[in-house]
Design a protein around this ligand. Structure first.
Ligand SMILES: O=C([C@H](O)CO)[C@H](O)[C@H](O)COP(=O)(O)O
Length: 210
């Protein structure tokens, strides 16, 4: 099981400071959608250059033009790029085909997918690398989490790795770990703490035990 740090509410220099603090405790650093909106793919490039040993995920949440957008993120240095599960199969297939050319990975974000079991099975057949259940900020504000959806994809996904994101904190991490995802994604659960290093270290310990 691996740990991904999601950076959403920071600029590039703040992102570098946070990663410097927690680098030994994380496997993947995510350049979140708001950061890409604010700073562009330059954020991915700068973080990859500053931390070449970390895998960098570009959370583009691609909805169309899968091949082209994956190409651009790959050129910027992203190792993993996200595509939405609600997008057309042709978009996901285009993203996977482009990623294969440069040894990059595709994560499908299942945010707002209604028919989770059926869609997860279908997407698993498209050769993606990760399938991620996700309660986004707006769902979190409505008190939702993705723990049940994680159980669902764990049951039906056979090829891709499974991941979960959205509002995971130190106190809810043990429940998540019980379902044995391959990857746990945490943003505010680390970045909102004064002592990020301590929380990330405790989270890493739990994730590695799981
Ligand atoms: O993808 C995310 C969200 O849609 C904003 O872009 C977050 O990175 C993801 O939800 C993880 O962050 P936390 O919910 O703060 O753990």
């Amino acid at each position: 099981m691996e740990l991904q740090l999601a950076l959403d509410l920071v600029n590039i220099s703040e992102a570098k400071e946070v990663v410097k603090e927690v680098e030994p405790f994380i496997d993947i650093v995510e350049i979140g959608t708001p950061v890409v909106i604010n700073e562009g793919l330059r954020a991915v490039k700068e973080i990859k250059e500053a931390f070449p040993n970390l895998s960098v995920l570009a959370d583009l949440k691609i909805m169309d033009a899968g091949g082209y957008e994956v190409l651009k993120a790959s050129e910027a240095g992203a190792d993993i790029i996200t595509v939405l599960g609600v997008s057309d199969n042709s978009t996901i297939q285009g993203a996977v085909a482009e990623a294969r050319k440069s040894n990059k990975k595709i994560m499908v974000d299942m945010i707002n997918v209604k028919n989770m079991e059926e869609r997860a099975k279908e997407i698993d057949g498209l050769g993606v690398d990760y399938i991620c259940v996700h309660s986004g900020y707006d769902h979190q504000a409505a008190g939702k989490n993705s723990f049940e959806e994680l159980m669902t994809i764990k049951r039906v996904v056979k090829q891709a790795k499974t991941a979960i994101a959205g509002g995971i904190k130190l106190d809810t991490l043990p429940e998540v770990i019980k379902a044995k995802p391959d990857l746990v994604i945490v943003g505010g659960g680390i970045t909102s703490h004064e002592d990020k290093k301590a929380v990330a270290s405790q989270m890493q310990k739990l994730v590695k035990q799981g």
